[in-house]
Design a protein around this ligand. Structure first.
Ligand code: PHE
Length: 347
């Protein structure tokens, strides 16, 4: 029996070493360790067998051999453990590494609509001239859209075929979708506590019109300047300065053409030259009518002012060569990709 035990050892050792080498993970290695060096492992069993040996000398010799085997396997296993642990870390580092030389993934961030872009440009130019931007409601009462603006109820603009009216309320009043941003002039003057008043008001306006050059909703930006001693020369300067800055063209031709609005006197429409010899209208303007001041409780003998209303779509079409008015509202992504602006262009 003892002899057999002793004979077994070299092949056991050989087998154990092979298995340790083959272990490709820490879990594998742990299985091998338990098989040979565990409490119920093969080497332990050999030690137990020593009890059955009578000769003390033989016992000691055999004990030494088994001890040596245990130490050797233990060492090999520890070394292998170090190797496997290092490999694990290396592969983890490789797998989790960030390659900072890779190009960034393309990200879709959309485009700024030309109307938003133009509104922004216009606001900016007027901001440089001291005009602050304000807002007003799209759904308005008739007082702010018409009456306060010196537009009596028999005026054609108030007819149903031009204006969108909402359903009558219990008190008999009807709200309207504002037909122009001039309603914001009224709202601003009503609550004004200090002078000068110097505002621009961009927004949507609505008219019952639909053909190649009209859409039922479009955009305007209203301007209002009220102070003492405001004159038409200042209005002309402001409009000239704005148009020259906006179009950035040397020698842009600008024409003031006399016109009529119920809320300004005198009134003018402003055209700019385009395609050589042609003129195109871009805005209406004039000196605030005394009746308008009366309607909002501002002393028209002390203050006067000018106002203007600019068509945003027109400006956008002219500056950015957009041929069709209706394309602004088609929501075609290909159109927006072509005519839209990057976010950084807003700065
Ligand atoms: N509200 C006018 C329009 O819509 C434009 C305008 C505004 C004219 C201010 C004079 C003064 O046509």
């Amino acid at each position: 029996m003892n002899k057999e035990l002793l004979n077994d050892i070299p092949s056991l050792e050989y087998q154990a070493i092979a298995e340790i080498e083959r272990a490709s993970s820490l879990q594998d290695l742990e299985k091998v360790r338990l098989l040979y060096l565990g409490k119920k492992g093969i080497v332990r069993a050999y030690f137990n067998d020593l009890r059955n040996i009578d000769s003390a000398e033989e016992k000691r010799n055999l004990g030494e051999v088994i001890n040596a085997l245990r130490d050797k396997l233990d060492n090999l296993i520890r070394n292998k453990e170090d190797v496997l642990r290092a490999e694990e870390i290396t592969s983890k580092l490789q797998n989790e590494a960030v390659d900072i030389t890779l190009p960034v993934r393309p990200e879709k961030i959309g485009k700024i609509h030309p109307l938003s872009k133009v509104i922004n440009e216009v606001k900016l130019i007027f901001a440089h001239m001291g005009f602050s931007a304000v807002d007003g409601p799209d759904i308005e009462d008739e007082f702010h859209v018409f009456d306060a603006l010196n537009t009596p109820s028999y005026h054609p603009a108030r007819e149903e075929q031009d204006t969108f009216y909402l359903k009558e309320k219990i008190d008999g009043k009807r709200m309207v979708l504002r037909t122009h941003t001039s309603s914001v002039q009224i709202r601003t003057m009503e609550k004004a506590k200090r002078f000068p008043i110097k505002i621009v008001a961009p927004g949507r306006v609505y008219r019952n019109d639909f053909d190649a050059t009209h859409t039922p909703m479009f955009h305007q930006i209203e301007g209002l300047y009220v102070a003492e001693n405001v004159n038409m020369g200042q209005l002309k300067f402001t409009i000239h300065n704005f148009l020259n800055k906006f179009f950035g063209e040397k020698g842009l031709k600008i024409r003031f053409r006399n016109s009529f609005f119920p809320f300004t006197e005198p009134s003018a429409e402003v055209d700019i030259s385009y395609k050589g010899s042609k003129w195109i209208e871009v805005l209406g303007c004039g000196m605030v009518h005394p009746n308008v001041f009366k309607n909002v409780g501002i002393d028209h003998t002390k203050y006067n002012g000018f106002a203007f209303g600019i068509g945003i779509e027109r400006l956008a079409m002219l500056k950015y060569q957009i041929p069709d008015l209706r394309s602004f509202y088609d929501n075609k992504i290909s159109w927006l990709n072509h005519y839209g602006f990057s976010f950084s262009s807003l700065r």
